[in-house]
Design a protein around this ligand. Structure first.
Ligand code: NDP
Length: 250
């Protein structure tokens, strides 16, 4: 499909932070499941374009949608442009982590983490809910983290954001249920991406020892669970927090 052509024959799915990592795996999978996919990114247009081309290469349909999830103005404007695009699925995946011990946590790092990981998901959920309530249909999937449930020394701001997503999502799941809009949280453990690639070998070995299944997950593992939550097979699932972590946290 040409970039400026509109494909309204399929329901669409928007994945935030789909230029790489888990988001790109989710985008590819949802396109294979038959969704028209909106690939959101903030800075890596080259990578986002590659994901889009990958989808088109197997006959899927996708387009780029750049916005910064931490700007409510940019989010509202982007979702406004989707009002006639049959938005059925939103995956709030964009995330950052600024690790460090609490005593040395800088205000700007705390704010940036909460702005992207928590407020970003809230802005996108709010904007998507307006469209989905009108359509009386939708599935919103938050990508949280195992850290939001178990905590981790050196990740207090990230944990605050990710556990905030749980209370937020359960509340919104209750608000939107009567309109047939479902909201769930997927909490990955260790998944091989750029985010975890930044860890030292010692840190990786320590994490591996804490995973009963004995291996690290891939973006495709998370994408399988997201595909289920995006499908009619999960029509009776809402307000849930689902771990995907090799047994690291039970
Ligand atoms: P990556 O660092 O590989 O990718 C992050 C993505 O988020 C990129 O596409 C990036 O886009 C996008 N992004 C960052 N800031 C913004 C912003 N302000 N607006 C829009 N997009 C933004 O991360 P992962 O794939 O590892 O992680 C994805 C999600 O999964 C995150 O929420 C993370 O917390 C969570 N997670 C990851 C785990 C792991 O083991 N990897 C474990 C548990 C949870 P761009 O490059 O264009 O800026």
């Amino acid at each position: 499909m040409m970039e400026n052509q509109i494909d309204n024959s399929k329901p669409s799915a928007l994945i935030t932070g789909a230029s790489r990592g888990i988001g790109s795996s989710v985008a590819l999978r949802l396109a294979r499941e038959g969704f028209h996919v909106f690939i959101n990114f903030s800075s890596r247009e080259d990578l986002a374009r590659g994901v889009c081309e990958g989808i088109r290469s197997f006959g899927g349909s996708a387009e780029l949608l750049r916005f910064d999830v931490s700007s409510s103005e940019e989010v509202d404007k982007a979702f406004e442009s989707l009002k006639d695009r049959r938005l059925a699925v939103l995956v709030n995946n964009a995330g950052i982590n600024k690790d460090g011990l609490l005593a040395r946590l800088k205000d700007e790092d705390l704010e940036h983490t909460l702005d992207v990981d928590l407020k970003g998901a809230i802005y996108c959920t709010r904007a998507a809910s307006r469209l989905m309530m009108r359509a009386r249909f939708g599935s919103i999937i938050q990508i949280g983290s195992v850290i939001g449930e178990m905590g981790n020394a050196g990740q207090s701001a990230y944990a605050a954001a990710k556990s905030g997503l749980i209370g937020f999502s359960k509340s919104v799941a209750r608000e939107l249920a009567s309109r047939n809009v479902r909201v769930n949280v997927v909490n990955p453990g260790y998944i091989k991406t750029e985010m975890t690639g930044a860890l030292t070998d010692d840190q990786k070995e320590a994490i591996l020892r804490s995973i009963p299944l004995g291996f690290f997950g891939e973006g495709e593992d998370v994408a399988s669970l997201v595909a289920f939550l995006a499908s009619p097979g999960s029509r009776y699932v809402t307000g849930q927090v689902i771990g995907i972590n090799g047994g690291m946290y039970m």
